[in-house]
Design a protein around this ligand. Sequence first.
Ligand code: ACO
Length: 318
Amino acid sequence: MRIIGTGSARPSKVVTNSMLENFLDTSDEWIVTRTGIHERRVISSENLEDLAATAARNAMENAGITAEQVDFIICSNVVNEYVTPGLGCIIQGMIGATCPTMDINCACTGFIYALDVAEAYLASKDLKNILIVCAEEPARMMNWHDRSSCILFGDAAGAVVVTKGDDLKAIRVSTHCKVEALYQKRKLQPTPFITKEEVDTEGVVMNGQDVFKLAVSSSIKDIDKVLTMAGMSADDIDLYVLHQANVRIIESIRHFVNQDKSKFPFNLDRYGNTSSASIPALLDDLSRDNKLKTGEMLLLSAFGAGFTTGACILRWSK
Ligand code: ACO
């Protein structure tokens, strides 16, 4: 596979840490020190599908293809206002594509899972261009009275177009069932037949410290594994494009691979954790700021609820 286009879109509403101080027992100093986040973008008047379609159109334009040339759409999404149909179906109509679509829900690791599916589809089917759209509104999943979780997240969409090529040097995805670390349950429609008790957690329940430890230990394992699969060392990687969750998680991973800070681009200070949109949106930022050079080796790594994890090594040749 080869990435030939990137795109992203973010809500217009900027929510700074000091704005959170107005209704939460928190402080800019605490949030910046513990997470590295200064502000995030949160949906106010936009619809997530509008952000997703904008990111998709930007990626197609950047790739130099039209909607008719998209052969398959993979949409990574955890929640949106539609329970059904899948967000990919909505995006297909909005951008004017006619190809099949598939939604996946692998939490923050969704982009790596989508790349893995795209690689397999490109290898086994007669497809040319696959559009991956990661569109997430985690801010809508939070309990905004819970200071330990709502401060972390922001909404965004990121997209890439991939085609056949040999830029993907190694990829690995895993799932380790650890539901208690991070989950949300909601009540479904009642029926005349339901007798069991159902729970609505009214937002995400997260054990931050467990997630932190799982994130670091699984990412380290994934990175080690994909480096071995590709026959490379940590020094051979030009940029580590990691899931943007917490600057301290990125720092812990950086210490493990023992590489310079300059190899770890980040934008979580401005956008917070945007779930599966974080890596494709960061790639788009880097690409549009001319910070990615042809031939550079990128290592992508993510983790999320599940616990899902994944990493890959990708040569940049756009
Ligand atoms: N402001 C002020 N104080 C706070 C806040 C806040 N926003 N949040 C928690 N605190 C308090 C706690 O109540 C606690 O107080 P106490 O000592 O009186 O009990 C104290 O700060 C320390 O809390 P800890 O939980 O120990 O803080 P920690 O350093 O672990 O940081 C954090 C918490 C930022 C959540 C960290 O654990 C983390 O980033 N974990 C990973 C979370 C994550 O990445 N989740 C997303 C996963 S990806 C996905 O799939 C969605």
